[in-house]
Design a protein around this ligand. Structure first.
Ligand code: GTP
Ligand code: MG
Length: 371
């Protein structure tokens, strides 16, 4: 390759992009996460990381995605819920907004429905579902994108009407733009006497987000996460964007998706929250998740209910993996347990080898061919 962005290189090296940025800085190169690096800069970094890098790159050559065949049957693709992440500056109301949406919309009548919390939830609006990821927006973008996972369809950018555009607002805009994800602006805290939505529109226009009212194509929705005003409108706008973008998947195939979060539970062992992105995940499915594998033993939905299957855009918590995967890891379901086990074991071994620093030699030239 001739060039990679810092984020892409970080992914190849299984490092945090921020770490690579720091390393570059130490080496005298100023770069941002989305900046392209030329071959020399890549070489500099790789040399600095040394042999370790080469081994880790080898693991990357068995990208899980390659086990998921291209969709042959375009007709099998059906509409799927949009997956939404909320981003915005500190204290502008991200958490309050997520809570407010969950409280007003999580299928009413579901007893105790909002107690269980798995890091993502679905709401139903006009008979259509929307999936919200709780993962703080920036983590969802940087960690997951660094690992090559794209989980978000739509970004809600929360901007407090009494505070306006702040540094993290701009950061969020840059992330969403880099990921080519549509942005909806939630102008929050409209209940405050000091709310000044015109100022928010003015400031965002300077960042290329021009409201429809001013001849642009960015959707602005005034809301109050605190008293619920405008939330229905916001949800309808999400549906609208979803309709325009036509997000699709085939529920009839074996599942593929991404780890939202994972941990070791004392009683249940490895517990992972997965976002199914294509296909349908079933209890009993042989699965490889990052460098772990197993069979889906039990599956729990966002309401804490046991379920047997989960279709596209559905978040579920699963048990049954031999180890704890990492947020942003991809998962793929295999036809039979034997294949899943064999691929899972090979990947786990490669990861272990890299950890132990056992030498699987490749030259720097080899390295670039692989990249
Ligand atoms: P961080 O997670 O720290 O980045 O903050 P956040 O963006 O999640 O903000 P959070 O939801 O915690 O809200 C911050 C403060 O603003 C809290 O005191 C909320 O009660 C308040 N707040 C959030 N939304 C509104 C709103 O619509 N109106 C008013 N008046 N206050 C709000
Ligand atoms: Mg918060």
């Amino acid at each position: 390759v001739e060039s990679l962005t810092v984020a892409e290189l970080a992914k190849k090296l299984h490092r945090e992009p921020s770490e690579v940025v720091k390393k570059l800085f130490m080496l005298g190169v100023m770069a941002t996460v989305n900046q392209e690096l030329d071959k020399d800069a890549i070489e500099l970094i790789c040399t600095d990381y040394g042999v370790e890098v080469e081994e880790e790159i080898l693991i990357d050559s068995t990208d899980l995605e390659t086990y998921f065949e291209e969709e042959q049957d375009a007709d099998a693709q059906v509409e799927r819920p949009s997956v939404v992440t909320i981003m915005g500056h500190v204290d502008h109301g991200k958490t309050t907004l997520l809570d407010s949406i969950r409280k007003t919309k999580v299928t009413e009548g579901e007893a105790g429905g909002i107690t269980q919390h798995i890091g993502a939830y679905q709401v139903e609006v006009n008979d259509k579902k929307i999936t919200f990821l709780d993962t703080p927006g920036h983590a969802a973008f940087t960690t997951m994108r660094a690992r090559g996972a794209k989980v978000t369809d739509i970004t809600i950018l929360v901007v407090a009407a009494d505070d306006g555009v702040m540094p993290q607002t701009v950061e969020a805009i840059n992330h969403a733009k880099a990921a080519e994800v549509p942005i909806i602006i939630a102008v929050n805290k409209m209940d405050k006497p000091s709310a000044n939505p015109d100022r928010v529109m003015q400031e965002l226009t300077e960042h290329g987000l021009v409201p429809e009212a001013w001849g642009g194509d960015t959707i602005f929705v005034p809301v109050s996460a605190l008293n619920g005003e405008g939330i229905d409108n916001l949800l309808e706008m999400i549906l609208l964007v979803g309709e325009v973008e036509e997000y699709k998947a085939n529920p009839k195939r074996r599942a593929l998706g991404t780890v939202i979060e994972a941990e070791l539970d004392k009683g249940r062992g490895s517990v992972a929250t997965l976002l199914v992105q294509d296909g349908t995940l079933q209890v009993g499915d042989p699965i490889v998740v990052g460098y772990t594998f197993g069979r889906v033993r039990a599956m729990v939905n966002d309401l804490g209910r046991r379920v047997k299957s989960a279709g596209p855009s559905t978040p579920v918590e699963i048990t049954g993996l031999n180890d704890v995967p990492q947020a942003g890891d991809r998962f793929v379901v295999f036809e039979d347990e034997k294949t899943a086990r064999s691929i899972g074991e090979t990947r786990a071994q490669q990861a272990l080898q890299a950890q132990r620093g056992e030498k699987t030699r490749v030259s720097l030239d080899n390295l670039f061919e692989q990249m």
